[in-house]
Design a protein. Structure first.
Length: 157
């Protein structure tokens, strides 16, 4: 279970929620997944994003899979994962940062999220706390992550 932040290429004339609804309505759980097919521009966006994150945030590890490009960031703030397929992306943060320990990794996730928006043309939304990444309050997100992590550690261990 992870704290997730979603990014989409919002369709012209649509809101984030309308785009997500359209994407979800087209999903067929019985169909074979189609391998990722990035355009040259999407590949360039990813490469530019990786360079920027490495330069401004710190070292990352990346790997290409059939369905997404994946980045792992293990730094002083903690661990997060970013998956990208050209028209969408998501950031996952494990629930292992209780209370105040959640603020550094949440701040880093939002910082990277804003880079995803700028470099890849995607729009980010944090459904965990119902706020857009671009204008979202990092402290609200950190409180949610830290509270669930504390609950999980107290309840599940």
């Amino acid at each position: 279970m992870t704290y997730d932040i979603l990014f989409l290429r919002v369709l012209p004339g649509r809101t984030f929620d309308e785009t997500l609804e359209e994407v979800n309505s087209a999903y067929d759980p019985d169909a074979d997944l189609k391998p990722m097919n990035l355009t040259g521009e999407q590949r360039a966006d990813w490469d530019r994003l990786m360079q920027r994150i490495s330069r401004e945030v710190g070292p990352v590890t990346t790997e290409e899979f059939p369905y997404s490009l994946t980045l792992w960031r293990d730094g002083p703030a903690g661990h997060l994962q970013l998956d990208y397929d050209g028209d969408s992306a998501h950031i996952e943060i494990p629930y292992r940062y209780p209370e105040s320990e959640a603020l550094p990794i949440t701040a880093e996730a939002y910082r990277i999220g804003r880079m995803v928006e700028e470099e890849c043309g995607l729009e980010g939304y944090d459904y965990e706390v119902e706020q857009p990444v671009q204008t979202g309050n990092i402290h609200v997100a950190a409180a949610r992550l830290g509270g669930i992590a504390r609950w999980a550690q107290e309840t599940l261990t």
